[in-house]
Design a binder for this molecule. Sequence first.
Ligand code: NCD
Ligand code: ZN
Length: 347
Amino acid sequence: MQRLTLTQPDDWHLHLRDAEVLSAVVEATASCFKRAVVMPNLKPPVTTVEQALAYRKRILAVIPHKYQFIPLMTLYLTENTSVEEIIRAKNQEFVVAVKYYPAGATTHSESGVTDLLKVWPILEAMQTHNLPLLIHGEVTAKGVDVFDREKIFIEYVLDPLLENFPNLRVVLEHITTEEAVIYVNSKGDNLAATLTAHHLLLNRNDLFDGGIRPHHYCLPLLKRESHQRALLAAATSGNPKFFLGTDSAPHARQFKEHSCGCAGIYTAPAALPLYAHAFEQAGALDKLEGFASHYGPDFYQLPRNTETITLEASPWQMPDSFGFGTDQVIPFKAGETIKWRVSRPIV
Ligand code: NCD
Ligand code: ZN
């Protein structure tokens, strides 16, 4: 059997949700990943260290004992975030970054920032205290074509931001375009990017494959195939600026299959096998470990994991759905065969 052993990976961009669905979502990630950077877009958002630590406690309470999963928390940047909160975050080892959502860009982003000038002192404090900024990189102006939102963001928001804060550490999250790959490559080591499995495996044709596919709808939107190829090339390049962040984002079936459906794809149940599939198709399985397990902690200035996990080529079928409390969630690749399987870390 084909087997691949690698340093246990981490997920540097994850939505765990809360309340009754939390335990099911946590288990899917904890069974494979050692750490995850947990997004703060709850309702209401996680804006303070105190809220982040309370959320972290709720997560810790539902981790099955056999896993040693470490949630790393983020604060949701708002126009009311204070410099004191940034300093509190810096002094708390389990809060590792601040997340910037342009207001209105995605799920639960109503409290996001309308104008970066309003958070200038916060960005200054983050640069001074070496706290990374995680960016949802899309403009929200109504006149901008939805497929161009990332490209325009880079030109009009991100580039000026980095000009003004040349030492701020920034992760451009879930990049979807060739322009983003080129831009990240053109800047210094303080700028990195995460890549999702679904953006490596799909392009915008998959949104309309024989009919509209709500379970392929995520933000930023899937782009055309040439962009998918550029993302795959970046992920498999061995360049440490690009690392794993699933953006696994479950929504109940009735809110996906809806006249105004929610954005988000639930990839956690097969996250690492999906990346392995994409890397294998690109003939680059040897590059998976760096991408999944080394470059993320290096960027976050955290130690690499010492544990290993093994991927086996041993096909299994993704369930058609998962029961989450009273809801159902349809996973990515529902009902389809997944080639790779993770043998659980020994703990
Ligand atoms: C995410 C969610 O549902 O929380 N959705 C998504 O499509 N990726 C939010 C986000 O990361 O944009
Ligand atoms: Zn996300």
